[in-house]
Write a protein that binds this ligand. Structure first.
Ligand code: ARG
Length: 590
């Protein structure tokens, strides 16, 4: 249980006792209906973090809520609640503030025992059982074969992998899936173009590049000669009907594309899928869903014999599920995929980490799914905004296509430059630059609220000062360097210590510790990695401010020294564990 949950359960008891005490005089005199609402309000008991630490570690506004219902002064209720708080070792002090807030201060003893947990559990610290081992499918990346990775695929890969990590850490059984786009009429075009203009050796050398060229060439030629579109359609039809040559070509295209895509995953590092099941995997499973949908009148006839799903909401256009020539679509495969996943894994949730251009599509998909008896609202679209490139040079950019390799290389180059400047004597500069460079690209994406545009800004990304990977990695390395020195350094506590300041900075840092688990859970609940990164950033800031004014290695009293070292170690462990979930590697020296 997190400290927040413990506070909540203590408070629940106190509220219950308070309501009971009031029962004789007030509650019973009131209508049972109102009593009912008092109880339901109680179950909505929420605990907040006060923005100012002087207001405590946690705050509750339950007294105000009850005050309204019971028509009593909330401060009075707060006082009663506080009186009813059972004895415990967790809470040091409770204060009533303003109109009736109840503020809780956590005892140092509880904080220190949390610290001991970190030092014991090490890399495992932070895990919780929020998910109760329930299954969540996380689908992400899902690029299209024969095309370069789009910017949105990069975002999906990074956000999705992190959500998968976070959900795993809070106790869900996660299944990660790459739903690659390896089906559709575009393959007819590619097959046609390859047969006409392609060369095996060229394609094998740089598969995606060459496929893109063929694709572009096809479109250029098709503008001049409209017959080409029909010819491509024929190639796809032949392919779907099992034409051997076309099947072979398609398999080869997929294989070569995946080689390229896997290189990118490798470079990003930490990208792992439990399953890579492309759209083609559902080829032989679509008839079943189509038949079921038609039979249940979920799919009805549209124009010229196509099949569609219609919606009451007039802002939602119908979703086409089968074309007039009987061909299937993206949506047919998604509906089939949904049924397949639910049948095979019985997940509680299925997350689709896909950019917001598909918001309407997923709305239609889930709305349609609701009409099938096997669907219980498992689907959830984890939508994210567009990448806004503030200063991306044209060399690394081409429409929506990002030349990812160039971006990563540029990030590594820039990281190296910073390292040369800051630590000219560092030994393994290249290895560190790689971790910092890649880390900065990932961290930049994960530290922003995914629902809005995601800004890509080199200076911010690589700044040693702001909310960036280098700052986090630097803070970690700093803490580790203190711990290394502690083993050899002489204890020489001569400097006078500013007691007040030391107490303040130490307490601020110590009190930040329990929030790691809590923010991890919040991140998992909202599917928002930036809640975790924001916490880590604040922790790093508090640590730096602690270290700037509190002597650690040179503490006067050996007991203080030991405690401050333990605190430093705890913080470094949280940074390491938290950054690992974000896919950002730490370095021991920087
Ligand atoms: N391949 C698709 C694209 O690049 C994304 C797939 C998203 N997942 C899904 N189940 N529809 O746009």
């Amino acid at each position: 249980m997190t400290i927040k949950d413990q506070i909540k359960s203590i408070l629940e008891k106190a509220v219950e006792a308070t309501l009971k005490n009031n029962g004789e005089r007030t509650a019973r005199a009131r209508t049972s209906e109102e009593c009912g609402s008092a109880t339901s309000e109680r179950s909505e008991l929420t605990i907040e973090y006060p923005s100012d630490l002087s207001h405590g570690d946690y705050a509750a506004n339950i007294a105000m809520k009850l005050g309204k219902i019971m028509q009593k002064n909330p401060r009075e209720i707060a006082e009663q609640i506080v009186k009813n708080i059972p004895k415990n070792t967790l809470i040091e002090k409770v204060e009533i503030a303003g109109p009736g807030f109840i503020n809780f201060f956590i005892s140092e003893k509880a904080l220190k025992s949390e610290m001991a947990k970190i030092l014991k559990e090490k890399a495992k610290y932070g895990k919780s059982n929020e998910g109760k081992k329930k299954t969540v499918i996380v689908e992400y990346s899902s690029p299209n074969i024969a095309k370069p990775l789009g910017v949105h695929h990069l975002l999906s890969t990074i956000i999705g992998q992190t959500l998968n990590n976070i959900l795993g850490a809070v106790g869900y059984k996660t299944i990660s899936i790459n739903h690659i786009g390896d089906w559709g009429t575009q393959f007819g075009k590619l097959i046609y173009a390859y047969k006409k203009w392609g060369k095996k050796e060229v394609l094998e050398k740089a598969p995606i590049n060459e496929m893109l060229k063929l694709y572009v060439k096809f479109h250029d030629e098709a503008e001049k000669d409209t017959k080409l579109e029909d010819l491509a359609r024929k190639e796809f039809k032949d392919f779907e009907q099992g034409d051997k040559e076309n099947r072979k070509l398609w398999e080869w295209f997929v294989k070569e594309s995946l080689k390229d895509i896997n290189k990118t995953y490798k470079k990003l590092s930490g990208i792992k899928f439990d399953f890579t099941l492309g759209e083609s995997f559902y080829e032989d499973k679509m008839d079943d869903v189509l038949a079921e949908g038609k039979k249940k009148k979920i799919f009805v006839e549209g124009e010229e014999g196509s099949y569609i799903a219609k919606f009451d909401d007039e802002n939602m256009s119908p979703m086409v599920i089968q074309k007039k020539d009987g061909a299937t679509l993206y949506s047919t495969r998604d509906m089939t995929t949904l049924k397949y996943r639910i049948g095979r894994w019985k997940p509680e949730k299925i997350l689709y980490v896909v950019d917001m251009a598909q918001n309407m599509y997923f709305k239609q998909l889930f709305e349609t799914a609701k009409r099938f008896p096997w669907y219980k609202n498992e689907g959830f679209h984890v939508s994210f905004g567009r990448m806004r490139m503030e200063d991306m040079q044209m060399s690394t950019r081409k429409g929506n296509i990002i030349l990812l390799d160039s971006v990563l290389e540029e990030a590594i180059k820039r990281a190296k430059k910073i390292i040369e400047e800051k630590s000219p004597n560092l030994k393994n500069k290249d290895a560190v630059a790689e971790l910092v460079g890649i880390g900065s690209v990932k961290y930049n994406i994960l530290s922003q609220n995914r629902s809005t545009d995601i800004v890509f800004d080199w200076d911010k990304m690589l700044s040693l000062e702001g909310n960036s990977a280098p700052y986090m990695q630097y803070t970690y390395a700093r803490a580790r360097s203190i711990l290394r020195k502690a083993k050899s350094a002489k204890k020489e506590g001569k400097t006078a210590e500013n007691k007040g300041e030391i107490a303040e900075k130490t307490s601020q840092l110590l009190r930040a510790i329990p929030k790691f688990k809590e923010q991890l859970i919040n991140s998992a609940r909202d599917y928002k990695p930036n809640l975790l990164s924001q916490y880590l950033y604040e922790l790093a800031q508090k640590f730096n401010s602690f270290y700037n004014s509190v002597p650690v290695l040179t503490a006067k009293d050996p007991k203080d020294r030991l405690f401050r070292l333990k605190l430093t170690q705890s913080v470094s462990q949280i940074l390491q564990n938290g950054l690992a979930l974000l896919g950002v590697a730490v370095v021991e020296e920087m």
